[in-house]
Design a protein around this ligand. Structure first.
Ligand code: HEC
Length: 115
């Protein structure tokens, strides 16, 4: 009797822990997917860039990995977003975004580098 209730206690707590991790992983993923700022969504950035996969352009993750260790990284990213760039990642050029305000560009590069 005692033994049976011990076993079922262990079984319950184990499945509780797995459920916690599954929920945690799912939640982290959806938070990431939803947290793309409107300025990035509304300026077509998401047509060519995703969080984790290379599309026309490099992923936000790859851009962050490349420029985070560089003290001038943020300036380089800002210039590329405003003026466009080519030949750094592949054959496709990145178009300029003269419509963006300086503070928008700052917010975007900060958002890219925070991952
Ligand atoms: C038409 C597709 C396209 C759109 C739209 C686009 N990009 Fe890009 N982006 C690219 C490509 C292609 C590259 C790689 C260019 C290269 O090889 O130098 C790139 C590179 C970048 C880089 C890295 C620049 C560097 O110096 O290494 C950043 C940052 C970036 N894009 C941000 C943005 C943001 C922010 C937006 C929206 C305002 C945007 N992109 C919209 C295609 C695009």
């Amino acid at each position: 009797m005692l033994r049976k209730s011990n076993t079922s206690f262990a079984g319950t707590s184990l499945s509780g822990i797995s459920a916690f991790f599954i929920l945690y992983a799912f939640n982290t993923y959806s938070v990431c997917a939803q947290s793309i700022p409107p300025v990035v969504k509304n300026n077509n950035c998401v047509t060519c860039h995703t969080t984790n996969k290379t599309l026309m352009g490099p992923s936000w993750q790859d851009i962050s990995d490349k420029y985070k260790p560089d003290v001038k990284g943020k300036d380089i990213i800002n210039a590329s977003i405003m003026n466009g760039t080519s030949g750094k990642w592949g054959a496709v050029p990145m178009p300029a975004n003269p419509q963006l305000k300086k503070e928008d560009v700052e917010a975007i590069s900060k958002w890219i580098l925070q991952r």
